[in-house]
Design a protein around this ligand. Sequence first.
Ligand code: ARG
Ligand code: GLU
Length: 732
Amino acid sequence: MKGILTTLNGAAIAATVASWLFSSIFSIARADEGMWLPVLVQERIGDMQEKGFRLDAEDIYSINRASLKDAVVLFGRGCTGELISGEGLLLTNHHCGYSQIQKHSSVEHDYLRDGFWAMSRSEELPNEGLTVSFLDRMEDVTDAVLAGYSEGMGETQRDSIVKANSRILIDKAVSQGKGMEADVEALYYGNQYFLFVYRVFRDIRLVGAPPSSIGKFGGDTDNWMWPRHTGDFSIFRIYAGKDNNPADYSEDNVPYTPKKYFSISLGGVNEGDFTFVYGYPGRTQEYIMSEGVRYISEISDPHKIALRSLRLDIQDRYMSRSQAVRIQYSSKNAGVANSWKKWQGEMRGIRKMGTVEKKQEYEKRFAGWADGTRYAGIVQKLDSLYRLLEPYSYAADYYNETARTVELSRFATAYTGLRNKAILTSSEDRADSIRAEMAGLAETFYKDYYLPIDRESFIAVMDMFDRNVPAGFKPEYFVRSMDKYGSAAVWADSLFGNSVFADSTALAGAIAAASAEGPDTDITVLADDPAAEFGRAFEEWYMEGILPVRRRLSREITLLYRDYMKGQMEFEPEKDFYPDANLTLRVAYGSVQGYSPADGTYYLSSSTLEGIMQKDNPEIFDYDVPERLREIYRTKDYGRWAITGADGKKTVPVCFIATNHTSGGNSGSPVINADGNLIGINFDRVWEGTMSDIVFDPDLCRNIALDIRYVLFIIDKVAGASHLLDEMSFSE
Ligand code: ARG
Ligand code: GLU
């Protein structure tokens, strides 16, 4: 890592050489591991080209000319998307557009169930609040951010210097154009700082989505697993003002003309092919110490999984009984289920790899090397801080997975907060806009609220809170309520039975009655509501009893990590380090490759329509193939999308896997071939490799992509929206 390494002293060099012999055995990042910063891609381009890439670094990232980076966007706040036409057409995953598709759906227009296709521009659906961000540039600003800081100053002083300097850089960057946003991000725990400047578009319309029986085929049964057959894509269009700049939604806006968009490869994908994923991975922790990993795999993951299992069982039971409830809870359920399943894979992967033990051993060697250097004692200090932190992390995990999942209380808290603001403000305009926000909040909440699910979930998670959170860590309010009611079930009857938030008419009535007596009564009535009280009491407990300690200890840990990180780089100077993911644009490259998940089993690297039909079962919701697709299969009407399958017969490609190092946030990322053309859309990882946010195993970690030819086949043959293909450009 240039710029970070300081000179080693003699003793350290001797220790390095000695430990190198041991450490090199497993510490050298295997080629496919890594999420690299595009601006530094020239450091990797030799390796990429050796592995088959035919373009150069400037084609990937350039500030002087249009490059692939200009066709890759941050979609919303946690997915990636890519431009595929000169008229702002954008591809992402079905699960990334899911909440938008859900919001436009009702029992009459069930776009989740039936799909949605705008047959003309005027039918494209606007999505309030949805944004798409283009990275304008990224810059190493370490020197500017640390200007005025010198070693020996306290951390508080360092913090305020970093903050003030970052502010100046950000303000300058955003003043340079319409819709600009900027962030300064710490990399390597604050050993380096980068400025990221974005241009953010705000008028993003839904163009098309397949039915869930394609876009979410396999559902949560197949989620995080291979072999996979999910047509996980949706299509949006970016609109801009007449000057091609970001603008709020308006009928007068026009499709955005991008600097660059992907050409789509029709050439297909083969085992061994070079692949490159360009996108926004959210969060990884590859360099944390054994204690941090142990907490995740032995404590946090198992408890969170158990809590979510309870809620998922309840949701599934009600959703299977009613289509209306299924629509209401589909998006919420998917979110709960997704991490639930990932944590299971992650926990097993960490255990299987023996990561805790391996890290402990590494830490021993590191400590030996560090002896007598400025890094001496770091590992022990981190270790004891982790032990102090553990009960607080545990309480926080419990808070997040229990009290904070009670929908009624979340709504009551948010609503009451707004109501107070509206009453306290002296500006009539401001009060009006807050009231509009409240109305919107209530409308969204009631549209998707089903009380029996919430009440049963409350009972289940509160029971577990009672059993598993140690006495000294429970909120007093909680202890009092359990004493008073005797059980979570009786408490739930009272809370859900007496809250005016439980029903929109009751809420409106209560507000009207209280307002008649004056605004003070109004606030009291809402604040005294049991659902609001529940939210407030837990929040106070968390904010006063848990968070401050957690913050203080985490801060100390992060600080030590800054040194530990730097120490690791000196300890292993031959290793290529990449910064942990932090939802900034990254390059991950590798190749299309199958894997062996277990002894005696080998998974091929691609799947086809045959697999969809093998799974077809009208009795199983997740595997109910849509009739149109069955018909196409029967008549083999594949048109230009046919390929020859392993058995020599005609079929259609569906998904493939590769060795790219990806994470949550990489959903929707373009999967690119050696010539820079689009071959797929990233959407998942394999179950056996989900520990890659913490530790990457080149034998087991695979990303899962949708073959772009399946996307085109669905648009063309199933949706009958081939007019969209006319906008795209293709290459062999
Ligand atoms: N596992 C993928 C990801 O992390 C896909 C999630 C889609 N959601 C679902 N519950 N099936 O985002
Ligand atoms: N499905 C994930 C997402 O939404 C990407 C898969 C992953 O975590 O690797 O970002």
